[in-house]
Design a protein around this ligand. Structure first.
Ligand SMILES: [Zn+2]
Length: 398
């Protein structure tokens, strides 16, 4: 089953489960009458459930509609119908059903609240973000510790890039739900910092990045951007010392700092801090990326032989690292060794269909084309990891 269908199916099962719980609750609280009278309605309801299970949504809708015609008291059927319409993209109908539930007199407060939550989902699915937001906020007014709805609100704020509200919402969640929330809060702070930087306020941006690091000291994105800020101000030493921290907190992402270093070669008069940084990287985590970074440094210094050795070392560790193969070819050409350069480029061509650095979300399996801190599919933070193209496992040990 495709992931989209899987999610839909799970959603329907949950909706159905919810319907059953509601049904049971209604029976217990004396609403049994309608159900007992409506045998035909029951049959249609069960048939509808059967159709949900066999993924036949159109027939399920048909049976549920029959069921409510016979027995219009059954809230669970309406809930299931609303969810089916939503899953089919018929948002208008889904919304009307939700509203008809909410408007019922003498409705149990919990059921009304649940219908409001569903209405929030309907609006969201229909792309009515502001209505979805205000509906979820209404739910939170009545039920402030509803983590499911707080998470939906957080996601809406994230999509609207309202990082301050996303942060505050996650703060609320962290007070209610167990688990580690610090990495998410740190990302919200980094995003606020990026927005400040874009708006031309580096001082505010810096304070957000620092706050992110003190919230979660493994927040690689915060080190990268804080380093960039110092770099832009011409404080290269400070920038490198900040990028260096990534080696300690999350060595698998040190490679992200390497590309930034290349920008430093042209600007820095004294490259000793870069050399010291690369030496530390090699001691802590001598992976193919580190050897490639050292190769580029050596080449910049004019040490072609030394650079070649490092590029070869990188290729020994990761034969499919095409960037190292290309760099080796460039070095050989500079050395005037065109035959060998040709051989290196040919090897590179064979690898072109094999992107070396692939990324995959550890939560949902999504493979983005480049590294992102939040998975675009499941919206989880810090679940996307680098993978080895051939081995289907993370490239670098933590
Ligand atoms: Zn994911």
């Amino acid at each position: 089953m495709e992931p989209g269908n899987q999610r839909l199916f799970l959603g329907l099962i949950i909706a159905f489960g919810f319907g059953l719980v509601l049904g049971a609750a209604l029976c217990r609280s004396g609403h049994k009458k309608g159900r007992a009278e409506g045998t035909n309605g029951d049959e249609a309801f069960l048939k509808g459930v059967h159709y949900i299970l066999s993924n036949d949504h159109d027939h399920a809708i048909e049976e549920f509609t029959k069921s409510v015609q016979v027995n219009s008291d059954t809230i669970e059927t309406y809930v299931a119908l609303g969810n089916l319409y939503r899953s089919k993209g018929d948002i208008e109908r889904a919304i009307r059903i939700r509203q008809s539930i909410i408007l019922r007199p003498k409705l149990d407060a919990h059921i009304r609240l649940r219908a409001l939550v569903d209405l929030g989902y309907d609006y969201r699915k229909g792309g009515f973000f502001n209505r979805s937001l205000s509906t979820f906020l209404q739910v939170i007014e009545q039920d402030p510790s509803n983590v499911e709805v707080l998470e939906e609100l957080e996601r809406l704020y994230e999509e609207m890039k309202d990082w301050d509200k996303a942060f505050k919402t996650r703060q609320k969640i962290s007070r209610i739900a167990k688990g580690d929330h610090k990495n998410i809060m740190a990302h919200h702070l980094v995003e606020s910092g990026k927005a400040q930087q874009q708006a031309g306020d580096p001082a505010k941006a810096k304070s957000f990045y620092n706050k992110a690091i003190s919230t979660h000291k493994e927040c690689v994105d915060a080190y990268l951007h804080l380093g960039d800020l110092h770099f832009q101000n011409g404080d290269f030493k400070k920038a490198i010392s900040i990028w260096e921290k990534i080696i300690q907190v999350s060595p698998r992402f040190t490679f992200l700092a390497y590309n930034r270093l290349e920008g430093a070669y042209a600007k820095m008069k004294d490259l000793r801090p870069v050399e010291a940084f690369l030496k530390k990287c090699a001691e802590a985590n001598a992976d193919a990326f580190t050897h490639l970074a050292i190769a580029k440094y050596r080449s910049n210094e004019g040490d072609i032989e030394g650079a070649l050795k490092e590029a070869e070392h990188a290729l020994e560790l990761a034969p499919s690292l095409w960037e190292a193969a290309r760099f080796k070819g460039d070095l050989l050409l500079r050395k005037g060794n065109s035959d060998e350069a040709m051989a290196a480029y040919t090897a590179l061509l064979e690898r072109l269909d094999l992107p070396y650095l692939r990324f995959q979300c550890a939560n949902c399996g999504f493979e983005p084309s480049h590294l992102q801190w939040q998975c675009p599919q499941c919206k989880k933070w810090d679940t996307i990891r680098p993978m080895d193209a051939s081995a289907e496992k993370p490239v670098l040990a933590v």
